[in-house]
Structures are given as C-alpha cells and as structure tokens.
Design a protein around this ligand. Structure first.
Ligand SMILES: Nc1ncnc2c1ncn2[C@@H]1O[C@H](COP(=O)(O)OP(=O)(O)OP(=O)(O)O)[C@@H](O)[C@H]1O
Ligand SMILES: [Mg+2]
Length: 549
C-alpha cells in the first residue's frame, strides 16, 4: 500500500493528491488505517503497529460483513483473557473518532484501573500517529480526549473535527445522558454492578444508524448477580432475540497459548496421561499437544491449580465459561454428572410431567415448594422414588395455594400415596390447610415446646437457619454418591445458579438474582422425605399404599 510522507521535494499539489489517495484507501478499509497508523505496547514491552491477531481478525471480519450490509455494528464478545479485545475496541473507536467529524465515543470499564489502562491506549494511539493524520486536539485529560481546534480565536472558522472520546467507570449511573453517542465500548460488562440500568440508558443515546457501533465485551461471570445481564444478552443473541452479533473467542484461538515440550519424554508423558476432557477437546478443536501442554501449565501457574478458574478465564465453550464462573453451592462436577439422568417425560397428568409410571411395590416422596406469592415465582413439585432415587414426576407453575394443593394431591395419589413434604414458610400454610382434609400422608416436623419441655408434631417442613444447611448437605451427599438421578433439566440448571447469599430470609443460600430455585428446593424436600420412608415394602403391604402419619 502506498503511504504518505511530506517529503520536502514534493509540490503542494502532489502532496494533496497523495494524501487524498491514502485517505481513500483508509476509508475503504479501516483495518489498513489501524494496522498502519496505530501503535500499541506489547506484552513483552515493545511498541509496535497494531497488526491484528486471530481473535481481533475474527471481530474485524464480522464488522466488515455488517458494514457491507449497511447495518449498525452491535457486537457482544465473550472472551478468554488477554486476547487483545480491549485493544482492538479502542483501535476501532479511535479510528472512527479521530478521522471523522462530530463523532462522540464513550468507553465504560468496570473499575478505575482498567479505565486508566484503556485510556492510556488511546493516548499512545494519538502520540504515535503520523503528523499528517493527527487531528487537532483541544483537551486530553483523564476523562476525555477532544479533537477540536484548541485555539479559541480561529476555532469558529477552523473548528477541527469536533469529535470526542469520553471514558468512565461503570458505577456512574447517569452515563450517556445528554450525549448522542456514535461509538460505545463496554469493557468487562459481566462485572458491572448495574449493567442493565446503565445499558438501558446508554442504548437510548445511540441512534440506530449504520455508522454507529456498540461493542460489549467480557469474560463470563456466572449466570446471576453482576454477571446476569451479560449472561442474558449472550443467551438472547444466541436465540436471535436481540440485534447483537455474538462472537465467542475460546483460548485456543491465541497462537501464543501453546507451549513446546522440553523433551520427547515430557511429550510422551502428556500423551499418555490425557484425561477424557483433554482427549475430547483435542478431537473437537483439533488441538496440538503443545496447546494442551500450555493448558496444563496455565491451570497450574495462572490459576493456582483451580480447573474452574481456568475454564472461567480461558473457556473452550460458551457454556463452560458461565458454568465455571458461577458461584454454585453444589460442586460443579456433581451438577455435570446429573446430565446423564435427564430425560423427557413419557406423559403428562394434566400439566404434571411423568417420567416413569408408578411401581406398586415402591415408596415415593413428594417435595412441594409453594411460591412466595402469586405473580412472583413458581410453585414446584418433585416426586422421587425411594428404591431407585430417580425423579419420576414434576410440576412447575404459577398457581394459587388451593389449586397447588390439588396438584400435590393428584401427583401424590398417582405415586402410591406418596409422602408429601410441603414447605410451610410463606404460602405453605395455606396449601397445607387446603390439603389436609383430603389427603393425610403429609410430612410432620417435630416441634419443641421450650416452656413445657415437650415435643409435638406439626404438619409441613419448616426451612430455618438450622434445617436449610441440613437439607442442602443431604442433597449434595446424594448427588455425590449418585443416589439421586434427576430427570428435569430445569432442576439441574437451577443447581448452577443456587449460590451462597447474604440475604437473611434465605438462610445463607438461594437462587442468584434473576434466577429461580423452586424446582431444586422441591427436589431437596422430596429427598428429605425419603429419609422417613422404609427402604423395603413390608410383605403384607405389597401392592398397597403406606401411610406414615
Ligand atoms: N495484535 C496484537 N499484537 C501483539 N500484542 C497485542 C495485540 N493486541 C493486543 N496486544 C497486547 O496484548 C495485551 C492484552 O491486550 P488487551 O488488554 O487488549 O486484551 P484483553 O483481551 O482486553 O485482555 P483482558 O482479558 O485482560 O481484558 C496488551 O499488552 C496488548 O498491548
Ligand atoms: Mg480487556
């Protein structure tokens, strides 16, 4: 490509012509501008032109496609660490803002240090621009870089570009108000405290025009809490429910994430000790042994031996990045192991899902989690077979307490008058009151009367500071030993978002913000009920139901 130099031997006319030609080339292909004119500091402390790496080229290719279709650029980038994504987004924003007039660009990062690092990139871009490409600059401070004539006297006649790059941290909720934004870069969106509200405000400020761009990039941060918004927009992009293109950049895209072997013996050792995951990944992604060698090195040295940490920071698939980064109470390997038990229902009894017909010689326990209030969350039922540990029936729906009582009765009667363990908290009392006249096999808890030092039985399971950890621990033990086999995918998915929480009314554990745990709680209640049931059907009772209370 022809480059421009203001060689003193050239006539002014020649210079103008050459400049026009070069600008034309850059307009037609902004990648050429980025690779020729923008400089970065590399990981090994060199200052070099920003020659796009594989991950960056993939992003650029998508931009090219969208531009050719005259569409606005709306991209979500789910990434592994240190792939050069922030650098590219800054390069793209800088290219748009330092070359075109009246362009407003906003960059938001999740904490002040990353804001500073990102802005430092833009400063280096500016400082290293060839002089003919440098727009006039009026301000350059911690918050913004304004491309405008700094001289007040001549500004009216020769204003300069009147473009600006503004940078902010995500905790400033008023970001974007009062400003029309043409280019937006959100960095590490999954770690923003208020991502949903902030993006709602930002998106109002961006006109729906082809020459505008939005880049939202992040590593994953679980399904809920701060990470919920990012998880949701990734899911919506996958389902085609929003206007964003999703680009996933797994760790193995980076050529530098590969480590040669010190000796043949070392290589042989790796080949002989590959586990199932490594073999699978190698086959699916055509990885070299050197890449797997780097992976093992990085797990040990970059992630302190924590495999989940590696999967979070350096994911190979979209799913594993979210699973690994969630702060689930239940160990992830137990959740993953349950996927082999998940199955489709064989039929429905009204809207109760039946996975297996009742066996007249088996005992069943039914867990019921009534909703906390109509319109808020679901009421859920899980039925588990004592003999096999398999989930045989389930129900989930928004339903009033008296109708939920009917569902419980219907499901329990189908499964040999199952023992119904109903949570008494919230609407549970209303459910039990509606049920108790019609159905008797209801779990009873022991209540101590401190005043009289006596015990008595009361209907229903009460979740308290003491019983919740017990219920959860028992369930985890059942999963660990694979005594439990869940059929419902919803229940398995809810295990991933069941996390430690500090909300006092949830006794230390519950669903992450925006997620649900009702199916899981009903499964845990059913599991508690199993402890009450005899393991064998007494001979004289075979083929009949048994009532415990
Ligand atoms: N094309 C490139 N060639 C060489 N080095 C690059 C390239 N792009 C970025 N780098 C360097 O790689 C490092 C990581 O870049 P950057 O911070 O942009 O990545 P990131 O994916 O945003 O990382 P993080 O996961 O930490 O947010 C920086 O030192 C940057 O200068
Ligand atoms: Mg970054």
């Amino acid at each position: 490509m022809k480059t421009f130099s203001n060689n003193p031997g050239k006539s002014p006319h020649q210079m103008v012509e050459e400049l026009r030609e070069v600008v034309g080339v850059f307009n037609a292909d902004p990648q050429k501008f980025i690779e020729k004119c923008l400089f970065i500091k590399t990981k090994d402390q060199r200052t070099v032109p920003l020659k796009l790496n594989t991950a960056q080229s993939m992003i650029f290719e998508k931009i090219r496609q969208l531009r050719s279709q005259n569409k606005p650029i709306r991209m979500i980038i789910l990434k592994a660490r240190q792939e050069g994504v922030s650098t590219l987004c800054e390069g793209l924003i800088f290219e748009r803002t330092s070359r075109f007039k009246n362009s407003n660009s906003l960059i938001v990062a999740h904490e002040p240090e990353s804001t500073d690092a990102i802005f430092a990139m833009s400063k280096l871009f500016y400082d290293m621009l060839p002089s003919w490409a440098k727009p006039k600059r009026r301000y350059d401070n911690k918050k913004q870089m304004v491309f405008e004539n700094p001289d007040e006297k001549t500004r009216t006649k020769k204003p300069g570009l009147r473009s600006r790059i503004v940078i902010s941290t995500a905790d400033k909720t008023k970001i974007g108000r009062g400003l029309t934004i043409h280019n937006f870069h959100g960095s590490e969106v999954a770690f923003w405290k208020n991502a949903k509200a902030l993006m709602l405000s930002v998106m109002q400020s961006i006109p729906n025009l082809p020459n505008t761009s939005v880049f939202l990039e992040s590593t994953a941060n679980g399904f809920g809490g701060d990470g919920e918004y990012f998880y949701q927009i990734v899911q919506d992009a996958l389902a085609g429910k929003n206007e964003f293109e999703l680009i996933f950049l797994p760790w193995h895209l980076m050529t530098e994430y590969s480590q040669p072997f010190a000796s043949d013996a070392e290589r042989k050792k790796l080949v002989e000790t590959l586990d199932e995951y490594e073999k699978d990944l190698r086959a699916k992604e055509h990885l070299t042994y050197e890449q797997l060698n780097w992976r093992r090195w990085a797990i040990r040295n970059l992630c302190g031996g924590d495999l989940d940490k590696f999967k979070q920071e350096y994911p190979a698939t979209i799913e594993e990045s979210f699973v690994a980064s969630s702060k689930a109470v239940i160990p992830k390997q137990y959740i993953e192991a349950q996927s082999k038990f998940v199955r489709q229902p064989i039929r429905k009894l009204d809207d109760i899902l039946i996975y297996e017909e009742p066996n007249l010689r088996h005992f069943y326990s039914l867990g019921a989690d009534p909703s906390e209030g109509i319109g808020q969350d679901d009421s859920a039922i899980t039925v588990i077979d004592k003999m096999t540990g398999r989930e045989v029936g389930s129900y989930i729906g928004q339903i009033q307490p008296d109708l939920f009582a009917k569902k419980i009765r219907q499901s329990a009667e189908l499964f040999n008058d199952a023992l119904a363990v109903i949570e008494i908290n919230n609407h549970g009392l209303a459910v039990i009151n509606a049920l108790k006249g019609e159905y008797t096999n209801i779990y009873q808890r022991t209540v101590f009367d401190k005043a009289n030092n006596t015990k008595r039985k009361e209907l229903g399971w009460k979740t308290t500071q003491t019983t919740k950890p017990l219920m959860v621990d028992d369930f985890i033990a059942g999963l660990r030993d694979e005594d439990i086999g869940l059929s419902s995918q919803t229940t398995v998915s809810q295990m991933m978002t069941f996390v430690h929480t500090s909300e006092s009314n949830r006794y230390g554990m519950g669903a992450e913000t925006g997620q649900k745990d009702d199916c899981l709680i009903s499964a845990m209640l059913a599991w508690q009920g199993l402890k009450e049931l005899p393991s064998e059907m007494p001979n004289q009772r075979k083929g009949r139901s048994i009532k415990l209370y």
